[in-house]
Design a protein around this ligand. Structure first.
Ligand SMILES: [Zn+2]
Ligand SMILES: [Zn+2]
Length: 142
């Protein structure tokens, strides 16, 4: 993901409005590897900017996704997760107890799907989701 200043430029170049509320979201996503939900981003943003609305957070996140600056992931945790790490190809570890999502560096370029298995399907991407318990949940004896 670009820096908040670069994102401001990109948004303006696309004719999108850049407000202090939107810049607050840019900052909150910068280097954020927690894969926050829109709701948790909203909570963090409200702590800094009490007047920000959930709608603004949604709109900003969707605009960022349209510019390929974030990826919106449905990892089966109940809500969309915002992933600003669009530079490094990666997969995900998902905690089935607390919903923690962590990046999983993994090379799947060697995965070959046989024609028989694909049954005519034109495969464009392979995503790996490793599910289990995070270190915290393991330590708590879940
Ligand atoms: Zn956990
Ligand atoms: Zn990720």
């Amino acid at each position: 993901m670009k820096t908040a200043a670069q994102l401001t430029e990109s948004f303006r170049a696309q004719g999108l409005r850049v407000t202090p509320q939107r810049q607050c979201i840019f900052r909150l996503l910068q280097g954020n590897d927690s894969h926050p939900t829109v709701d948790s981003l909203y909570d963090s943003a409200r702590a800094e900017m009490p007047t920000i609305s959930l709608k603004t957070v949604y709109q900003t996140v969707h605009d960022l996704a349209a510019l390929d600056e974030v990826e919106l992931l449905d990892l089966g945790t109940g809500s969309l997760r915002v992933d600003p790490n669009v530079e490094e190809e990666h997969h995900h570890l998902v905690c089935t107890n607390c919903g923690l999502v962590r990046d999983l560096p993994l090379d799947v370029s060697s995965v070959r799907l046989s024609a028989k298995a694909r049954r005519g399907f034109d495969v464009r991407a392979v995503e790996v989701i490793a599910r289990g318990l995070c270190a915290t949940c393991v330590a708590e004896g879940v």
